[in-house]
Design a protein around this ligand. Sequence first.
Ligand SMILES: [Zn+2]
Length: 115
Amino acid sequence: MRHTGGCHCGKVRFEVELNIKKAISCNCSICMKRGSLLDFVPEANFKLLSGESDLKDYMFNKKVIHHFFCTNCGILSFGNGVTPDGTKMVAINLRCLDGVDLSKIKIQEYNGRSI
Ligand SMILES: [Zn+2]
């Protein structure tokens, strides 16, 4: 299923091919503070439509995940990372998708703090 989404101010917009079955709630240091609910897609399923020049890349710790946020409104709507086998993935912040009722989606806790 094709979804659209983006940041709060509207500069960053994307579309993504994603069948939402679950939302991952991660307890790592940044996801805790951000309150994001995530799902992951291969890079090919993601297309940035606008806002490339408005994104800032924030990295920390092992610096393997790119936490892209909008420099205008501060919202992180997606991030980029690589799986252990080298597949490029995009983490979608499901809270930033248009018209998705997250109350109907199963939340899966992820112990990101332990890694
Ligand atoms: Zn924005």
